[in-house]
Design a protein around this ligand. Structure first.
Ligand code: UDP
Length: 138
C-alpha cells in the first residue's frame, strides 16, 4: 500500500550541514519527496508537535532542542513508507542504531538524533496536517 509519512531533519543535522546527505539517502531508498520546507519552530510550536510526550521527563529539553534552529520538514511517499522510513532512520539512540542508518551516521545522542519519522498511520496523518496543507503536496 502506498503510504505517506512525515520526516523532519532536526536542528542538529541541519546545523551540521548534513541535510543534503539525508535527502540523498531518502531518494536513493525510493522515497518520493512530495512536500518539503525549511522552518524554525518556536518553543510553543515544538511543544504542540510533541504533545504526546508532554508527561515524559525529556519533554522540556526535547522541545528546547527542536526550537533551537531551522529544521527541514518533508512528506515522503512510497509503498510501506512509515515502517521503511523508521528502518532507514535507525533506533532512537544512535549508539543502538544499525550501521548505515541515518541516526547511526548523523545522530549524536538519544536526544540529538538527526531525524524524526512518524511511528504509525495515525501519527503520520496528524503530523502531515500539522505542517502541510493539500496544496503544498505534489
Ligand atoms: N528523546 C529523548 N530522550 C529519550 C527518548 C527520546 O530526548 O529518552 C527524544 C528523541 O529526540 C526522540 C524524541 O524524543 O527522537 C521522540 O521520542 P520517541 O520515543 O518517540 O522516539 P522516536 O520515535 O523519535 O525514535
Amino acid at each position: 500500500m502506498v503510504e505517506r509519512t512525515l520526516s523532519i531533519i532536526k536542528p542538529d543535522c541541519v546545523a551540521a550541514k548534513n541535510a543534503g546527505k539525508v535527502i540523498s539517502m531518502l531518494e536513493e531508498n525510493g522515497f518520493n519527496i512530495i512536500g518539503m520546507k525549511k522552518i524554525h519552530l518556536t518553543k510553543k510550536q515544538a511543544k504542540k508537535f510533541y504533545i504526546v510526550h508532554k508527561d515524559r521527563p525529556f519533554y522540556d529539553s526535547l522541545t528546547d532542542f527542536m526550537s533551537e534552529g531551522p529544521i527541514v520538514v518533508m512528506v515522503l511517499e512510497k509503498e510501506n513508507a512509515i515502517a521503511d522510513y523508521r528502518k532507514l532512520m535507525g533506533a532512537t539512540n544512535p549508539e543502538e542504531a544499525e550501521e548505515g542508518t541515518i541516526r547511526k551516521l548523523y545522530g549524536s545522542n538519544i536526544e540529538r538524533n538527526a531525524v524524526h519519522g512518524s511511528d504509525s498511520e495515525e501519527s503520520a496523518n496528524y503530523e502531515i496536517k500539522f505542517f502541510f496543507n493539500e496544496l503544498e503536496l505534489v
